[in-house]
Structure formats: C-alpha cells, structure tokens
Design a protein around this ligand. Structure first.
Ligand code: MG
Length: 282
C-alpha cells in the first residue's frame, strides 16, 4: 500500500459499466478515484498533493472495460513538428531553428486499444509515436527553464496520426492532423516523480510486428524545458494541457517503398518507463 501523498502512480480513465471512471493502476489492481470531475476531470489531481485512495481496488477483466484518453477534455493540445533531426532529414529538410508548433483538439483523442477508422480524405495515413507531457501547474511567460520540470504532472504515449498527403498539400495542418481519431493516447499517465529528467528513454513503434521507429527521447532537438519556456512566452499553459514533443525518424511515408498504414494494420508503440499504446486501423 502506498502512503499518504505519494505520487509515483499511473493514472487512467476507463469506461466501465457504461460510465467514465478515473483510477490508479497499481500492481495490476484498479483503484477508482473520486476526482470530483469538472470539465477537464483530472483537474483535482493537481489541486493539492494528490493522495490516491488505494482502499478499494478491483481486478479489471478485459471484457468489462475499455480505455479512454487519460484526460477527458484538455484545454489545449500543442504539438511540435520535426523535433528529431533524423526525422527532418528523412523529409529532406534541415532541422528547424525554432520549434514548429501546431495544435490538435480534444475531439482527435481516442484511447488505447481503439479501432481507428481509416479517414476518408487520405490514402496516406501515417503514424508518429510521441512522448506526451501533461502540464501540472500554470506556466506563463517563463524567463528561464530553471523550474520547468516542477510544472509537469506526468507523461503518457501519443500517436500524432497524420494524413500525410493532405498535410503536404495544404499550408495549414489542421485537416492533415486534426481529424477524428487522429490522436490515440494513453493508456496511463505516469506521474512525473517516477521519471528523472533529462528523460532519455527508448521510444519505438511497430506496424504488424515490424519495427519502424526506434530512438531515444533525448534525441529531441528542442528539450522539454526549452519547449515549455518557448510556448509560455505567448501561450499560458494550464493544468491538464497536453504537449506532444515530436516523432523520431521512421514514419511510413518516407520509407522506400512507402510504408503508410492500411485497414487491418496493428500499431504498437512504447516508451520505457512510461507505457505501451496499441491501436488497430479499420
Ligand atoms: Mg508529430
């Protein structure tokens, strides 16, 4: 049993008995949490020291629940384009001199083990495994990166699914990256106290068992503190906001021959110490 005010936990959200439920998964037991859900639901996790209630746990049987995105309605989902040098090079582009920022929406999110419907506006659906940062405290106009790690609540996995042909043919990326189910995310948020900065963890993705992406999260061009400080100059980050930190090399579109996704493909991904995220294209 964990003691009082100990974080070091993995927090998720599931649909069980037709209702949404936050909980902590600890040693394979699910402990439902009463978080007084507000718009973003998980908000009260941040309000004070989160003291998980581990008094009543259940064994989750696979057929009794499905995973939901771990934050119901984040205020913002900000994403960084081309934040790994090798991913820039595979597109024939020089690495960016400043972060390239775009956004996704709450409506893009879908949970672990989702069936993702092939979107109708593309035939070049592509995968991008990414480390997602969950903001824990308000961040506004940071002058230095000194205290940035303290502003982070935790980390999870995300996939920045992209209609690559649409992204390349339009100046804005909203249709190319903002469509329904374009953001598989989760299943669990690993609280930040379990992950020591700077984060240098293996990040990988497989399609139908074939390894496509394999890198380390410290290969980012712009580090997590740099990104948060940079964004905070013009956008105030709030608890529950999500930051996608970019994908490493190995996306399908630039493979020879092309390795974009098709109906029936199973996409598995993982980041050491944070978790695994899987979904299927239908
Ligand atoms: Mg991306």
């Amino acid at each position: 049993m964990l003691g009082s005010n100990i974080h070091l936990v993995r927090i998720g959200r599931i649909d069980r008995r037709s209702s949404e439920e936050y909980g902590v998964l600890h040693e394979d037991i699910w402990y439902p949490q009463d978080v007084n859900r507000s718009d973003i639901g998980i908000e009260s996790f941040f309000a004070t020291d989160f003291d998980p209630d581990l008094s009543t746990g259940v064994n989750l049987a696979e057929e009794e629940f499905r995973w939901l995105p771990p934050i119901a309605r984040p205020g913002k989902i900000l994403c960084i384009g081309r934040n790994y040098a090798e991913h820039s090079r595979e597109q024939g582009k020089e690495p960016e001199s400043e972060p390239l920022i775009f956004s996704k929406f709450s409506s893009c999110m879908t949970g672990h083990q989702s069936q993702v419907e092939y979107p109708p506006h593309t035939d070049n659906l592509d995968y991008e495994v990414e480390l997602a940062v969950i903001i824990g405290k308000e961040v506004k106009s940071l002058q230095t990166t000194d205290d940035v790690w303290d502003k982070i609540f935790g980390y999870t996995l995300a996939n920045d699914l992209t209609a690559r042909d649409v992204q390349k043919s339009e100046k804005q990326w909203t249709r190319g990256k903002g469509f329904d189910q374009s953001l598989p995310i989760g299943p669990l948020i690993q609280t930040a106290d379990a992950i020591s900065p700077p984060i240098a963890n293996n990040i990988w993705l497989k399609v139908n068992g074939e390894l496509r992406q394999s890198s380390k999260t410290d290969h980012m061009i712009f580090s997590i503190p740099y990104l948060i400080r940079y964004i905070s100059q013009v956008i105030t980050l709030q608890p529950g906001d999500i930051l996608l930190t970019g994908t490493p090399e190995g996306v399908g579109y630039y493979m020879e021959p092309k390795g974009v996704l098709h109906s029936g493909d199973i996409v598995e991904s993982g980041i050491d110490g944070i978790g695994n995220l899987t979904f299927t294209i239908t």
